[in-house]
Design a protein around this ligand. Structure first.
Ligand code: PAF
Length: 280
């Protein structure tokens, strides 16, 4: 596997591979790779001739500087994981390489980017669109792989792809969970052992909520109450939404695709954990 730090070098390689008829898969990441990322990379490797994995802790999507500061940085072990998964290229540019000038572009795709995470983390999805659009322009991939763990992110990126007419297939990949049900996330390494022990209750309660036969608003209330009853967990929001537009729904019959999206504060620090469940 080659580790590349500059856009020019990456483009030289990709232009010549494409000229040979090779297909290109892109897996954008911010590093701190875990089994969830590995599953995206393996899928890309199985579907493309060349898999490029970007490792770039994108500052423009962090609205809280403390969150950026404490985000784990593990380039060496990341490269070992990528090597094992069969990726051909790790692209690990500096911030100056990607943003030689401040990125002043603005993206707006309501309601996908204005609800839930968008409402609580101003500028977050704008930063995601800035980096993902740059990565698409740099690599011109046939396919790009994103984990469904960040359900809302995929909905926003799909809107951006439609808007800017990128010729790339967005491939959503299922959430990878620990044996206890906790959705894998780079932020899980920040959880203390007692916090790691209570966090799996989030998915357990989401799963239970599917079989209760309650209305949408009763389900919302039941999930929030049950999670908040567990000491150390506090729900920031629980939204039951249309699976494509992410607009709130009031009745199960409002949409053919219904997803519950949750963010929970866990522990004293606290760490924000995100998860979701598909109702239909
Ligand atoms: O999901 C992530 O890790 C990031 O938001 C992404 C897509 C790599 C953009 O920085």
């Amino acid at each position: 596997m080659q580790v590349i730090n500059t856009i020019a070098q990456l483009q030289d390689i990709l232009v010549s591979e494409r000229a040979k008829g090779m297909s290109i898969g892109l897996v954008p990441t911010m590093g701190a790779l875990h089994e969830g990322h590995a599953s995206l990379v393996r899928k890309s490797v199985s579907e493309n001739d060349i898999t490029v994995v970007s490792i770039f802790l994108n500052p423009t999507q962090f609205n809280d500087p403390k969150d950026l500061e404490r985000y784990p940085r593990t380039l060496e072990s990341d490269c070992a994981i990528l090597e094992e998964c069969g990726a051909q290229i790790a692209f690990a540019p500096s911030v100056g390489e990607i943003y030689p000038e401040p990125d002043t572009r603005r993206f707006s795709y309501p309601p996908t980017d204005s609800v839930m995470e968008g409402a609580r983390r101003p500028g977050h999805f704008n930063g995601v669109c800035q980096i993902v659009s740059k990565l698409f322009m740099i690599t011109d991939p046939d396919r790009a792989y994103f984990g469904e763990k960040d359900y809302q992110q995929i909905a926003v990126i799909r809107r951006m792809v439609e808007d800017l007419k990128f010729r790339v297939d967005i491939i959503p990949c299922p959430v990878i969970r620990e044996a206890d049900g906790l959705a894998m996330s780079s932020r899980n390494t920040l959880l203390a052992p007692d916090e790691k022990a209570i966090a799996p209750n989030i998915y357990r309660i989401l799963k239970e909520s599917k079989s209760l036969g309650l209305t949408v608003s009763e389900t919302r209330e039941w999930v929030v109450c049950n999670i908040n009853e567990i000491p150390g967990l506090e729900v920031e929001y629980y939204s039951i939404v249309d699976g494509d537009t992410l607009a709130d729904i009031e009745d199960w019959s409002d949409s053919a695709s219904v997803v519950g999206c949750i963010t929970v504060y866990c522990g004293k620090t606290p760490i924000r954990l995100i998860d979701h469940i598909r109702y239909k």
